[in-house]
Design a protein around this ligand. Sequence first.
Ligand code: FE2
Length: 158
Amino acid sequence: MYRSPSTLPEGSRGRVAEALNARLADGLDLHSQIKVAHWNIKGPQFAALHPLFETFAVSLATHNDEVAERAVTLGAKAFGTVRHVAKASQLPEYEQEVTRDMDHVRLLADRIEAYLKGLRESRAVAEKETDQDTVDLLTGIIVEFEKHAWFLRASLEG
Ligand SMILES: [Fe+2]
């Protein structure tokens, strides 16, 4: 561990950074999956969903950067190569042959919910280590991605 402006003990910083790296792997994986959906989607809902998926990807890229930089701020390293992510991500692989619009909505809703589960687990680690700032960072991501999951589920219901 490197020096950090954080006042948390080194052990706490290490455990929180590990939890952040787990979510960085998931977030980078999810970003690539959203782009695959953005590129391959076809069907009557294309005009609404193609740009919607792009807004998810742009926002997630920003959050991934924040998560990585929080880990480094805490004195750790951030791990994010494609090969590392392929091993470390907890999300299921995307079905890249899918084209139909509502199939992409279902696939992305499932994966955003898996991402949210991991975010809540990492937030619980930060809570246990009394790292309120990481808790706040992860809560912001959770609030936003719960909204995205709602958009997708609402498109599938009714
Ligand atoms: Fe695009």
